[in-house]
Design a protein around this ligand. Structure first.
Ligand SMILES: Nc1nc2c(ncn2[C@@H]2O[C@H](COP(=O)(O)OP(=O)(O)OP(=O)(O)O)[C@@H](O)[C@H]2O)c(=O)[nH]1
Ligand SMILES: [Mg+2]
Length: 308
């Protein structure tokens, strides 16, 4: 399956929801704007941001003298693409090791994302090491070890219950000793509103920085797309404590709420770097704003054929 098809499959629920609302509107009038607003809100773009998008769209319609529903829909997509920054992980990773710290609340898909990412990096010829900084959840170390085996990555761990910051330190040392290209650190899921857990996260970061001042090079926050607008609180909390450099939006295959990517990027100015569209090792993609918006919104002519 090609990239667009896979992404479309992942976002098909979002697209169906949006276009089923819009499908009935053929007139370019207030009802069109209302239907569009309903569609945006139900895709989890958020009430405020949906309002802003519509306001921008009205302006664009006046400026460009757009007179058709199709034209307006396309204009909106173009605007949204402009707002979703396209940023990828770098192709080159100097200096070594390039350190990626992966954080997020429980069960969002951190470890799975790390496995997929390790696979992608390994395929592109990089040497990868995984560090099991999640010493808290039973089975977490074993889960990461299996991903390391599947992806030919080196693996660093201690025993369950060990100090996470100490594992991070060990992994940094091992990656340097082996001249590894990329070190990815898996952390325990934590509630963003639990102060002591967030303090522990701060300590892990401090130890990494003290060991190697340029690290971590990326602090990726993994967000489950099915949590909808609660994602805003998660990003706010983790960003305050750690300074998030990129977002990974997972489980886009299981939701009608792809709008969360738009809401997060626009609100926090943090780029989405990767998206997860399934549980498989290949189901991680670079975030591409144009593909994402196309997959989310399709185009009206395509949909009217489906609807008719
Ligand atoms: N459908 C789907 N499932 C996913 C995706 N990413 C992860 N999962 C599933 O989500 C579940 C949790 O994934 P983990 O990677 O263990 O999540 P985690 O954030 O590491 O969890 P904790 O370490 O317990 O906080 C697993 O069943 C994964 O297979 C995705 O993009 N799509
Ligand atoms: Mg995990």
């Amino acid at each position: 399956m090609n990239l667009l098809a896979r992404l479309k499959e992942g976002l098909s629920k979002t697209r169906t929801q949006i276009t089923s609302i819009l499908g009935g509107e053929e007139q370019f009038n207030e009802a069109f704007f209302e239907a569009l607003e309903d569609a945006l809100i139900s895709a989890d773009i958020g009430v405020e941001l949906s309002g802003e998008i519509l306001e921008d769209l009205r302006q664009r319609i006046r400026q460009d003298k757009i007179s058709s529903v199709d034209g307006a829909y396309e204009a909106m997509k173009t605007m949204l693409i402009e707002q979703l920054d396209i940023q990828r992980l770098p192709d080159d990773f100097p200096p070594k090791p390039w350190v990626v710290l992966v954080v997020g609340v429980n069960g969002v898909g951190k470890t799975t994302t790390i496995g997929k990412l390790a696979n992608e990096l390994h395929q592109s010829g990089k040497t990868v090491m995984l560090g099991a900084v999640d010493t808290f959840r039973a089975g977490a170390i074993e889960q990461l070890r299996i991903w390391a085996q599947r992806t030919d990555s080196a693996f660093v761990s201690q025993h369950e219950g060990a100090d996470p910051a100490s594992v991070a330190f060990d992994a940094m040392e091992a990656a340097k000793a082996r001249n590894t290209d990329i070190l990815i650190l898996d952390t325990a899921g934590r509630l963003h509103n639990k102060v002591n857990l967030m303090h522990e996260m701060e300590k892990i970061l401090r130890v990494i920085k003290r060991n190697t001042p340029h690290a971590p090079n990326e602090i990726l926050l993994v967000v489950d797309a099915t949590t909808g607008q609660n994602a805003m609180k998660q990003v706010a909390a983790f960003n305050d404590v750690l300074g998030i450099t990129g977002l990974v939006i997972t489980k886009l295959d299981g939701t009608a709420k792809g709008g969360v990517a738009l809401a997060l990027t626009k609100t926090f100015g943090i780029p989405v770097k990767k998206i997860g569209v399934g549980e498989g090792i290949e189901d991680l993609q670079d975030f591409n704003a144009r593909l994402y918006i196309e997959a989310m919104f399709g185009d009206l002519s395509e949909n009217s054929i489906q609807n008719g």
